[in-house]
Design a protein around this ligand. Structure first.
Ligand SMILES: Cc1cc2nc3c(=O)[nH]c(=O)nc-3n(C[C@H](O)[C@H](O)[C@H](O)COP(=O)(O)OP(=O)(O)OC[C@H]3O[C@@H](n4cnc5c(N)ncnc54)[C@H](O)[C@@H]3O)c2cc1C
Length: 467
């Protein structure tokens, strides 16, 4: 029997599994979905149980299937009729939607398809023979398989080098904000100051969580530019692009974009609609740039791009404005120089942007909100290390993930595509740039799952071993 393993059961892994379960397999096949930590079909984004964590895209755009744009809306109509296409639904409800899809696909699978969900971690992957891979699981089991999909998604943030060991190993520091809830922390209960490293979407999540728990203390958020994500307009109005976005350097494109946004504003529209109109071109723009141009974009434009492209729900935008106005949330633009424990508190030394003096801040709790780690070659993740040691993957030169071909098969250290070894989603940021949100992931899941049957068809029979 041919055996396919999907590593990671967030949105990407779960939806690949759904499509594979729907394939009209000609011969018996076993599909295994392995997840190390989160409930199945949730991942880092949707495993939250906090109703204040909303999707940052309207429900009308979050169908799991590219060819059925109303799929989520139909489900909401039955389950949560209070929501419509313009709603920013809680992410925990979106998790229910994904779980339902997976359950339904499992229930409707064909007679010759076996499906297993395993709560375990894949620690190592090596080539077993010409057409098979051997996977080692943390539990001690191993699997011999014909095709693998790496759907490992967003890796936890790294520890910034300015954090002293005293703080790093203390209970005053939270490294992984997606897996450690804040409201039951004693510092929070006693309303002592909290410092958040980073001012992006993760910081927004943590601020909302604190406020919702009744926290009344001081929240401080620091990033180099001190830029917060912008909010979606209450009523988006689709616009057409008034310029050619292709074959432009990053700087030329940013100038054209700013001009088009200003014109849109002058005409009474929303600049956000211009950024949305650019979205279908983002992958092509990125692919057309040289390595030097990509580097230029990352170095000079990325912080501005991120806050204009990754928007928050309008109601969350208003809440953040109110928190800043009341002074409960202070946002600093600056470079943190050091963080260490002093007299049982975290002491932070920061150089504010465009100033030469150092400022000292004090916090009872520090939360790492710098965003997912993408430097695979520096990572301690056992599976990533194993893939590198086998020469099966190559790091993207800008540290944005791994290299893959246009069919989503990873590229090994000799530059060859590795047959039957696929990657999806955030791992492909270096290749596509625009590859972390549902709109792109659902299309990638279709493409990968439709290629696997052809790859398996010309391989010899494999045996799934569990030991
Ligand atoms: C907080 C947050 C909010 C977001 N909100 C939105 C939104 O509103 N709309 C939108 O379009 N996008 C949103 N995103 C973007 C998000 O990246 C995608 O929507 C999607 O959730 C990514 O899914 P994924 O399966 O690729 O990765 P992940 O969700 O990260 O899932 C990967 C899974 O793989 C597992 N895993 C990793 N390694 C192993 C291993 N060796 N063995 C076994 N299991 C392993 C992990 O435990 C994890 O559960 C959000 C992202 C975050 C972090």
């Amino acid at each position: 029997m041919k055996h396919i393993v999907i590593i990671g059961a967030g949105f990407s892994g779960a939806i690949v599994a759904v499509h594979l379960l729907k394939q009209p397999w000609q011969e018996p096949v076993e599909i295994t979905l392995v997840e190390r930590q989160n409930p199945f079909a949730q991942g880092a984004a949707y495993s939250t149980e906090n109703p204040v964590h909303l999707l940052n895209v309207t429900a009308g755009k979050m169908s799991a299937f590219p060819d059925q744009p109303d799929h989520l809306l139909q489900w909401l109509k039955k389950q949560y009729p209070v929501y419509d296409a313009a709603s920013y639904i809680p992410r925990m409800i979106y998790a229910q939607y994904l779980a339902t899809i997976l359950q339904e696909a499992e229930a409707q699978k064909r007679f010759n398809t076996t499906f297993r969900k395993i709560q375990d971690e894949v620690l190592a992957l090596e080539t077993a023979n010409e057409s098979q891979y051997l996977l080692q699981l943390k539990s001690g089991h191993s699997l011999t398989v014909s095709a693998v999909v790496l759907a490992m998604g967003n890796f936890p943030p790294t520890n910034p080098t300015f954090i002293d060991e005293t703080l790093l190993h203390s209970d005053r520091y939270i490294q992984n904000p997606w897996h450690q809830a804040l409201p039951n922390r004693k510092e929070v209960i006693h309303h002592q100051p909290v410092l958040l490293i980073g001012t992006g979407l993760t910081m927004v999540d943590k601020v909302l969580e604190l406020v919702e728990s009744g926290y009344q203390g001081q929240m401080m958020a620091v990033s180099r530019h001190g830029l917060l994500p912008h909010a979606h307009p209450s009523v988006p109005e689709p616009v057409a692009l008034t310029f050619d976005p292709l074959n432009q350097s990053p700087l030329a494109l940013s100038r054209l974009l700013r001009k088009a946004c200003q014109e849109c504003l002058n005409a009474g529209g929303h600049w956000q609609d211009v950024i949305s109109a650019l979205r279908p071109f983002n992958q092509v723009i990125w692919s057309g740039w040289s390595l030097a141009e990509r580097r230029q974009f990352i170095r000079h434009l990325r912080p501005y791009w991120d806050i204009h492209r990754h928007l928050i729900a309008p109601q969350i935008g208003s809440q953040l404005d109110a928190l800043q106005q009341s002074g409960q949330l202070k946002v600093y633009a600056g470079r943190i120089k050091s963080m260490a424990i002093q007299e049982s508190k975290a002491m932070i030394r920061m150089k504010p942007r465009h100033r030469s003096v150092l400022v000292e801040l004090e916090a009872a709790l520090v939360v790492n909100c710098i965003g997912p780690d993408t430097r695979l070659d520096k990572m301690k993740d056992p599976l990533i290390k194993s893939l590198f040691s086998q020469g099966l993957i190559t790091a993207d030169p800008l540290g944005l993930g791994l290299l893959a071909d246009q069919q989503y098969q990873v590229v090994d250290k000799t530059g060859q595509s590795v047959e039957g070894l696929y990657a999806i989603g955030p791992l492909l940021k270096g290749l596509f740039w625009e590859t972390i949100a549902v709109a792109e992931l659902r299309a990638q899941a279709v493409a990968i799952s439709s290629q696997i049957p052809a790859i398996l068809a010309h391989q010899p029979q494999g045996v799934a071993i569990s030991s």
